[in-house]
Every structure is written in C-alpha cells, then in structure tokens.
Design a protein around this ligand. Structure first.
Ligand code: P6P
Length: 341
C-alpha cells in the first residue's frame, strides 16, 4: 500500500478512552480502568475462540451452569478469562456472571464498580462457527457499600455503562458510557480496537423482524397477532402499490441478532411463551446492557407489557425478562399493537 492508503491518524480504544476522560472528566479515569480491563478480556476471549477449533476446546463438559444451560468448555474458559481480567482492574469488586450461580466478590479490589456479564452468549452456536459474543453491564458500587447484591439489584437506569463484543468474521465492540454509542473493530495486527462506528445511531425503521418462530404455538395472542401483522403485505392506500412484507432474520445468538438490528434497523424480540413465562433472556447481563446501548443509539427496548426495560428492577441476579428491542418506529408499532401508544 502507498502511504496515501494508510490512515495514520486512527483512534484506538485507549486513545478514545483518554479523550473521553478529558471531555467527560469521568471520575479520575476510573471508568478508563474498567474499559481497559474489559477490552483485555474481549481480546483474550476473541483469540481463544478463534484458536479453540484448533485445540478442541469446543464440546460439552457435561456440566450445567447456574442457569441450567448445558455448559461447553469454552463457556467455562470464557468465564475464567473474564473474571481474571476484572481482577486486573483493581477497582471492580462485584462480578455477576451467567456461568456463576452466586455473585463473586473480588476481595483484593477497591469497591468502586460492579460488572454483570454473559461471558460467551450464544455459545450453543459455537460448534457451527456462528457469531457469539460477550455482553456486559456496569454499575458504580453504592456509597458505603463494600460490594453485595444491593449494588446490582437496581433499576437499569442506574447503569453507568454497557458494552458487547461480537466474535464474528471480525471482532466488533460497541460501548456506551451514557453519552452515545461508539463502535470499534479489533485490528488483529495492531492488537487494538479501532474506532469504526463513531456515535452510532440505529435506523428509525426497517422491515426486518427477528424472533424464534418455532415458539409461535406457545406465544400469547398479542405476540402472535403482532408478528402475523408483519408478515401480511400491505397495499399502499394512496398508490395502491403492494408494499413488501417484513423480512425475517434470526441467528439465535442475541449479540448477532441485536448487532444486525443496530446496524440495519428492525426489531428483535424474545417474547414470553408457555415455556418461558418471563421470557428467556436475562435482565442484568443481556436485556439491560442491550437496552442501554440501543437507547443511547436512538432506539427503544420494552418488555411484553410495553414497560421500558431500563425501568425494570431485578429481585434476583439471574432474573429473566421478555424483550422487544430495536428501531424506535418498529418498537412503537408493537406498543401501538398492545395499546400502549
Ligand atoms: P432460542 C443463546 O443461548 C441465547 O441466550 C441468546 O443469545 C439468544 O438470543 C437466545 O438464547 C436464543 O434462544 O430459544 O431461540 O434458541
């Protein structure tokens, strides 16, 4: 490549963090320490996943995790990598992980932040090489707390940040600190995340819906009739032209489905059904972080009843919720359908 083809003024995540620290004056750079511990975890997990096919880490351990899912070796490894990375921050005291039944206290650390995570979300897809991801919500420890469940059994509006990494053809990272959303892509040669989607905004609408249609016999009526309404093509009342019905896209890995929804627009939902009366996805480390990121990008996230996800408050660290998340105008169509708009 000639020198004119190489962008030498790239913004790496460390540079971005320092610049945002100066701009937002976040507390003595503490948040920067949290983000640098997180990016280390994402790089390590990304590298491990890409090697795992080679060292046969994939495959069932035979154990099940705290939430009953069959645990794959990479799940276990991803969880260990993540927890050790949080230790390196020195200021993360509390860790909640999908893979750990109980909340973890990192004793040697100062009690400044609490992290809730799904270390490898969508891991059932790993053997097929489908994109999986790590999803993270970040809370500041409550004043006077040395770290316990009170620091995370809170409304989603009390989160100070959220991010997800998606390990696909390349590794993407989406981050919010409450002032918009920025996307990064891992440059494996540099070993750095590079700013690729500054101040990302979700398209206001897009005729794409994303749901596991296999559950449709078990949905409540309002869900069934709403999804049905998206399938029915419409005739434009003015021009009489047929407007295309919606396209269906479903990966079965929340990070992949939400990431596509973020970039292309549309709506993703995991509604409640007969077998998942409160939905399947976890409030603290799947719904909350995705809701904060999508809202910061101009989107919306509500539960089956039209309640804003971030206004919910968990009573248990592994609580589940139904979720409808994506373009504001698409979520509004659902809210209108259930009479909440
Ligand atoms: P289903 C993956 O196991 C996961 O937790 C999410 O990543 C994903 O959105 C959902 O479950 C898929 O569930 O029932 O459609 O296979």
């Amino acid at each position: 490549l000639g020198s004119e083809n190489i962008d030498t003024d790239i913004i790496t995540l460390p540079r971005f963090i320092l610049e945002s620290q100066r701009m937002h004056k976040n507390a003595k750079g503490d948040f920067s320490m949290v983000l640098s511990a997180l990016q280390y975890a994402f790089k390590f997990i990304s590298q491990t996943i890409r090697k795992s096919e080679l060292i046969h880490l994939i495959g069932i351990t035979g154990d099940t995790n705290s939430t009953g899912d069959q645990q794959k070796k990479l799940d276990v490894l991803g969880d260990e990598i993540f927890i050790n990375a949080m230790k390196t921050s020195g200021i993360i005291r509390v860790v909640v992980s999908e893979e750990q039944e109980h909340l973890i206290l990192l004793e040697g650390n100062e009690a400044k932040y609490a992290i809730c995570c799904d270390p490898i979300d969508g891991s059932s897809n790993l053997d097929a090489g489908v994109s999986v991801g790590t999803i993270v919500s970040i809370f500041k420890i409550l004043p006077g707390s040395e770290g316990d469940e009170k620091d995370v059994l809170r409304s989603g509006t009390e989160m100070c940040g959220a991010c997800y990494a998606m390990y696909g053809a390349s590794t993407h990272l989406m981050v919010t600190m409450g002032q918009g959303v920025d996307g990064f892509t891992l440059d494996n040669n540099l070993g750095e995340f590079i700013l690729t989607y500054p101040n990302l905004q979700i398209p206001a609408n897009r005729a794409i819906y994303s749901v596991n249609e296999g559950n449709s016999p078990y949905w409540v009526e309002s869900t069934r009739s709403f999804i049905e309404s998206l399938r029915t093509h419409k005739v434009d009342p003015v021009t009489g032209a047929e407007t295309k019905a919606y396209s269906a896209r479903y990966v079965g890995s929340m990070v992949a489905d939400v990431h596509r929804t973020f970039l292309y627009g549309g709506i993703f939902t995991y509604p409640s059904d007969k077998y998942h009366p409160n939905g399947k996805l976890r409030l603290l480390y799947e719904a909350f972080p995705m809701a904060m990121l999508v809202e910061q990008g101009g989107g919306k996230a509500v539960d089956d009843h039209g309640v804003r996800i971030l206004d919910l408050k968990p009573t248990h660290i592994h609580d589940k919720t139904s979720i409808w998340i994506g373009s504001p105008n698409e979520v509004d169509k659902y809210l209108m359908h259930i009479g909440k708009l």
